[in-house]
Write a new protein. Structure first.
Length: 249
């Protein structure tokens, strides 16, 4: 894979039986990407809530197509615009480097399926997933067409109130989960990553998925998937779920 100075945090994870084509996890600070892609003086004001009209000359690195520029200007909140721009850059850099593509970043297309899962129209067999929270964005891609995956990153806050725990987690999950924030957010990232893995996101009930001691159950059935969890700066939890492509009944 090519070295790219814009992204410093990449990790390869091997799925049993797929060691020649590992999964690549990439994390980066949104503030670092923002500073790298905008021209001096053109960086969005992080304190502003009002959306901004972006155009190609504002960027030091040209990675958005004309259609994408139109799309980002439709968002009403600046925070959403910046997250979307930085997430787009992170995925495109990862795909271009990992696949060693001889094409511009602006020509790499990212689209969304009916339930909101991102995919690459030019490389539909290559699975990708994306997440962002606070000052971090996380992207992952697999190089094997036989796998599926999902990733989630969340800023660790305080221990949620019992009322939220009952909404977000099953009774069995709560019983097996240490009553401390890091454990709760680690479980949450795996739960959300699994929903991305099956391509449903929050179109599915949170109680349909249970994460118990690192093992995932879906509608009560143990799933043949692998999980990976870590932390970023001791302030963020990141979770990855991956395995053979999920087949809906």
């Amino acid at each position: 894979m090519r070295y790219n100075p814009d992204i410093h945090h990449r990790r390869s994870i091997c799925l049993p039986g797929h060691t020649e084509k590992p999964i690549i996890v990439q994390t980066a600070k949104i503030s670092d990407i923002r500073d790298a892609v905008f021209r001096p003086g053109m960086q969005p004001d992080g304190q502003s809530m009002k959306n901004r009209v972006f155009d190609h000359p504002m960027f030091a690195k040209q990675f958005l197509s004309d259609d994408e520029m139109v799309q980002v200007n439709r968002f009403r909140a600046l925070k959403k615009q910046v997250e979307w721009i930085c997430g787009r850059f992170a995925v495109k850099i990862l795909v271009k480097d990992a696949l060693e593509l001889d094409m511009s970043l602006a020509d790499i297309q990212i689209a969304y399926k009916e339930k909101g899962a991102p995919y690459l129209p030019q490389f539909p067999q290559i699975p990708i997933s994306l997440s962002h929270s606070g000052d971090y964005t996380a992207a992952v891609m697999g190089r094997d067409p036989g796998i599926g995956l999902g990733i989630d990153v969340e800023k660790i806050g305080g221990l949620p109130e019992p009322s939220f725990m009952k909404i977000a987690f099953t009774t069995e999950e709560i019983a097996h989960m240490p009553a401390e924030a890091r454990a709760v957010f680690a479980n949450w990232t795996l739960k959300e990553a699994f929903l991305k893995y099956v391509g449903l996101g929050f179109n599915e009930s949170l109680h349909s998925v249970a994460v118990i001691e690192g093992q995932i159950y879906y509608h009560g059935q143990k799933q043949n998937v692998l999980t990976w969890s870590s932390h970023l700066d001791n302030q963020y939890a990141i979770g990855l779920v991956y395995g053979d492509i999920f087949k809906h009944n």
